[in-house]
Design a binder for this molecule. Structure first.
Ligand code: SF4
Ligand code: SF4
Length: 366
């Protein structure tokens, strides 16, 4: 069979595809495999599919697309792989080639076109100034809110604004557009992502910001790791938990609650931020904190990333249910990303467990 599929990006990873030994270590950690149950929906299987596509032996039919787009990009397989195969890179490059050849999930297409048109994936036309009730002004500290916290998980945005106000920080919001994370994860052309990066960095620079604070793990990963690959980032980038860990927080006690912490993949495994959220949690007097078995680098994914929640909500929820079961001992699951909060809340339905963003808790206790 001769494929009509043309690839430019995938050729970059031919070597990585070649060095997979099929050892199957990735099988023990892949959350999409655990939810779906087929080898084609795990790291190793996705490499085999990619190899077939590269060689023209496979067509990108719906089954192929489903297997490529049910990866949450959690990177647990990258950690586990003894051959050091960067599976997430391979999957994202494969997705980029799929999109370039016209194969994109309708939901993803609508989100990405919405971002190009409106600067956000939710078709929101109103200004961010209006949504946040803030007008940007020159300041050394900037708060980049992100689309989800601005338009959907508004409690996260309001709690972060409130914390910064209570700390007496002279900070500014930004006339921001989407950070580009969802576009990059699903394989949308990088030119459009780079245009967003330029717009955001120009806005932030124009305000004289020297330190940018973010409360979304996906946006943070973009500014920390992806932006510097394409644009100059002349300011420090901190997750809100890194910022708060440096502050002398005086918090009210939280008694009689057993809590645990879920590491967002984009903050933890991708960016290596494990200690700061735990340092902030440790500032809460009286809280009984216990780690889940799979924590920090070994943390299991919530299921919400990589475009899976929008493309395959049932699979996202199944992954979240598994993660919630791993926290069976806890009354409260704390995390630090609006995506994780939303998906884990879906997974916790009917369990009586609370899932909350750390900023909401800190704001309440200040
Ligand atoms: S762990 Fe690495 S080398 Fe082993 S099967 Fe998975 S991707 Fe291939
Ligand atoms: S990144 Fe996560 S979901 Fe994707 S293949 Fe690797 S382990 Fe599976």
């Amino acid at each position: 069979m001769v494929s009509q599929f043309s690839t430019d990006r995938l050729e970059e990873v031919r070597h990585a595809v070649d060095v997979c030994t099929m050892c199957g270590f990735c099988k023990s950690v892949c959350p999409s495999f655990k939810a779906i149950g087929w080898d084609s929906a795990l790291s190793r299987g996705r490499i085999v599919l990619t190899y077939g596509l590269l060689n023209g032996d496979l067509e990108p039919d719906q089954g192929f697309i489903d297997n490529m787009y049910t990866c949450t990009t959690c990177a647990d397989c990258v950690r586990r792989c003894p051959s050091k195969v960067n599976i997430v890179d391979i999957i994202e490059l494969c997705r980029a080639d799929l999109v370039r050849n016209g194969h994109i999930l309708p939901k993803h297409k609508a989100m990405c076109e919405g971002i190009v048109e409106n600067g956000n994936p939710f078709k929101e036309k109103g200004s961010r100034r209006e949504a946040l009730g803030r007008v940007p002004h020159p300041a050394k500290i900037g708060y980049y809110v992100g689309c989800t916290a601005t338009y959907r998980s508004k409690k996260t945005a309001q709690a972060t604004l409130s914390i910064l106000d209570k700390l007496g920080v002279d900070f500014t919001t930004v006339d921001e557009v989407c950070c580009g994370s969802v576009m990059q994860r699903v394989g949308w052309p990088q030119e459009d992502v780079t245009a967003l990066m330029r717009k955001n960095v120009e806005q932030i620079k124009a305000l004289g910001v020297e330190m940018l604070v973010l409360a979304c793990a996906g946006c943070y990963r973009m500014f920390k790791l992806e932006y510097p690959k394409y644009v100059d980032v002349p300011f420090e980038v901190l997750h809100i938990t890194e910022f708060l860990a440096r502050q002398d927080l005086k918090l009210k006690p939280m008694e009689g609650v057993v809590a645990t912490y879920h590491d967002p993949c984009h903050l933890g495994r991708h960016c290596g931020v494990y200690d700061a959220p735990r340092e902030v949690i440790a500032k809460i007097p009286g809280l009984q904190f216990r780690e889940m078995e799979f924590n920090k680098g070994l943390s299991h994914c919530c299921g919400g990333g990589g475009g899976v929640k929008s493309g395959y909500p049932g699979i996202s929820k199944d992954i979240a249910v598994t993660r919630i079961e791993e926290a069976s001992f806890a009354d409260l699951i704390i995390t630090t990303c609006p995506f994780c909060v939303n998906n884990l809340k879906d997974g916790a339905e009917g369990t009586g467990k609370q899932v909350r963003d750390l900023v909401e808790i800190v704001d309440e206790l200040m």
